[in-house]
Design a protein around this ligand. Structure first.
Ligand SMILES: Cc1ncc(COP(=O)(O)O)c(C=O)c1O
Length: 369
């Protein structure tokens, strides 16, 4: 895809903070995940006539939308998710943001939205994190806190009719984050849905658009109804091959040192964490591969002890072991049901790079502040 020309600078915020130091400290003492938002947000608008412009950093707050705003009816919307990490010297970094920029451009193309140039995407992240710098948690020993960044873009023109909007708004909001799962890093119980799929061939599964998550919700409730933490979707045509979880990619590790993740078929989100693990695994002497993972075969290999570890991965939860699969009529433990050694070693290595505790030998970090 040709890179569109960049145009935006996001001048620094001029408004007052909306929270006092004491209020912010109270939130940072126990941030949870996705529950609290910072003082500022970045904004830009695209129009068919003028392209991208109007870049600004403004106080975080509600948006006033016309009831006919296209996104509310036709779901023309995409988003991204990445984190800002504070290092021991106080500096603030993010992880492979150009991959998120590229994925957002690909999502934009699929949803007939205007791709935002990588430089503009990076400028918007820098602007929000500069304005909200006090919100980037100082990680304490053993804690895993960061500032989660959520860029998103939606059809903001008010009209009824099925066509791409002529006005699009882009925002970046930020949310201080602790563990994604309230229980912390514990082996997940994963429900395998043969009722629902999140995406199909020719659809939007490889794009990060809100609609994919709306279609995953019933599967998540089905999982919860079966005592599971998460749902795993199979391919929509045959219901045999593993696609992914509602918000995470999947990996399996075999007893002969292979580490396998499903091939990107178009119905799977190409995760930045997935891509990074394929690289880190190779460095550890594991043999990485992407290939179709047929769930029935995975069950057989788990039963025979040939697949020894499985895990789920994504920006929010990083890497989380899978301890058990449940499905209609059965269940299967993964390994001994605990946290596998390779899984946890990969997790430690990835987070050590992100927090600046290990050498960034792949050049994955970008300084924000
Ligand atoms: C459906 C889905 N799959 C996979 C991922 C993992 O992607 P990443 O590692 O880029 O966060 C996410 C999270 O963004 C997701 O929402």
């Amino acid at each position: 895809m040709a890179e569109p020309a960049s145009a935006l600078t996001f001048p620094p915020a001029t408004a007052e903070r909306r929270f006092t130091d004491a209020e912010r400290a109270a939130v940072l003492a126990n941030p949870g995940f996705g529950d609290h938002f910072t003082d500022f947000m970045a904004h830009a608008r695209w129009t068919r006539e003028g392209g991208w412009g109007g870049d600004e950093v403004i106080p975080y707050g509600p948006l006033a939308l016309d009831p006919a705003t296209a996104v509310l009816h036709y779901a023309q919307e995409i988003f991204e998710g990445l984190k800002a990490f504070r290092h021991a010297d106080g500096s603030v970094w993010t992880f492979r943001p150009e991959k998120n920029a590229e994925r957002m451009q690909a999502s934009a193309v699929r949803l007939a939205l205007p791709p935002l140039p990588t430089e503009d995407f990076l400028a918007s992240l820098r602007a929000v994190v500069a304005a909200d710098e006090p919100w980037v948690p100082v990680p304490t020993a053993g804690s895993e806190q960061s500032l989660y960044l959520r860029p998103f873009m939606f059809a903001s023109e008010a009209f009824l009719g099925v066509r791409a909007a002529h006005t699009v708004d882009y925002y970046v909001i930020a949310s201080p984050a602790g563990n994604y799962f309230p229980r912390g890093v514990q082996p997940l119980v994963v429900w395998v849905s043969d009722t629902y799929a999140r995406a199909g061939q020719g659809g939007t599964g490889a794009a990060k658009c809100g609609g994919n998550y709306a279609s995953s919700l019933l599967g998540k409730y089905e999982a919860a109804g079966n005592g599971a933490d998460e749902v795993m979707f199979l391919d929509s045509e045959t219901h045999t091959r593993i696609d992914e979880l509602s918000g995470m990619n999947v990996f399996a590790i075999t007893d002969d040192g292979r580490i396998i993740t499903p091939t990107l078929t178009g119905s799977i989100l190409p995760g930045v964490t997935r891509d990074s693990i394929l690289r880190l695994a190779e460095d550890r002497g594991l043999a990485p591969s992407s290939e179709p993972l047929v769930f029935a075969e995975v069950l057989e290999q788990l039963g025979a002890g040939r697949i020894v570890e499985m895990f789920a991965c994504g920006t929010a939860a990083v890497i989380n072991p899978i301890g058990e699969f449940r499905f209609e009529g059965g269940a299967q433990t993964v390994g001994d049901g605990g946290s596998g050694a390779h899984t946890m070693a990969l997790r430690t290595e990835l987070t050590d790079i992100q927090y600046g505790r290990a050498e960034d030998r792949h050049g994955w970090l970008t300084r924000l502040v």
